[in-house]
Design a protein. Structure first.
Length: 206
């Protein structure tokens, strides 16, 4: 776990020697049985300091919410968000939908980036800018880590809204992941419109 956000700028520092605006891109929601996959992109022209920025999975919900506000309001950062629905996931498969969400997030940035850092090991053919993949990038890059926080918090809010429509699944608690509670609800009520029909636990109950 990286405790000092400045340590996360090493990758970007090398790139700033060649490129002006760097973007980090990450997603949330590849594993759930329901809801969208949400990607976020965060770009910068220079190093900024937001204490506590780290892989979203290493932070508490309260920490993420506090840091999210700082990311969204920081004058030197731009943020873009893209998502692919459960229908798009079923159509394209989760990997391709995630990459499509990546490109949507980058296109939402006010200023096109000169270079993109992508979390994972899959390049995105939908992007026109040069790119580099970073396995476990949310613990190696400040901008990817910031994007992971934005994506996670954005998706959580979406799933909490879906909970209002389908409270029987308890989406506000598990956010669509295959917990015991979710699987029991799926067994009892069957899938709802936002369930991913090509995912095995859902497909078995159709």
């Amino acid at each position: 776990m990286v405790s000092d956000s400045i340590d996360l700028w090493l990758e970007e520092k090398r790139l700033f020697l060649q490129f002006s605006r760097i973007a980090g891109v990450d997603e949330a929601g590849r594993g759930p049985l329901a809801g969208p996959v949400v990607a976020a992109s965060v770009s910068a022209l220079k190093q900024v300091l937001i204490p506590g920025v780290n892989d979203s999975k290493q932070l508490s919900a309260l920490q993420r919410k506090k840091i999210l506000e700082q990311i969204l309001t920081h004058p030197d950062l731009e943020v873009g968000i893209g998502e692919c629905s459960s229908e798009e996931i079923d159509k394209h498969n989760i990997l391709q939908a995630s990459l499509l969400a990546f490109s949507k997030a980058v296109k939402q940035l006010k200023t096109p980036p000169d270079y993109c850092l992508l979390d994972g090991n899959q390049k995105c053919s939908h992007l026109s800018s040069p790119q580099k993949t970073l396995v476990k990038g949310d613990s190696r890059s400040f901008l990817i880590a910031a994007a992971s926080i934005v994506a996670k918090e954005t998706r959580d809010r979406i799933m909490e809204q879906y909970h209002e429509q389908w409270p029987q699944y308890d989406f506000k608690k598990h956010k669509g992941y295959p917990t015991k509670t979710h699987l029991l609800a799926l067994e009892k009520y069957g899938p709802c419109p936002i369930h991913r029909k090509t995912f095995a636990p859902v497909k078995r109950r159709l």
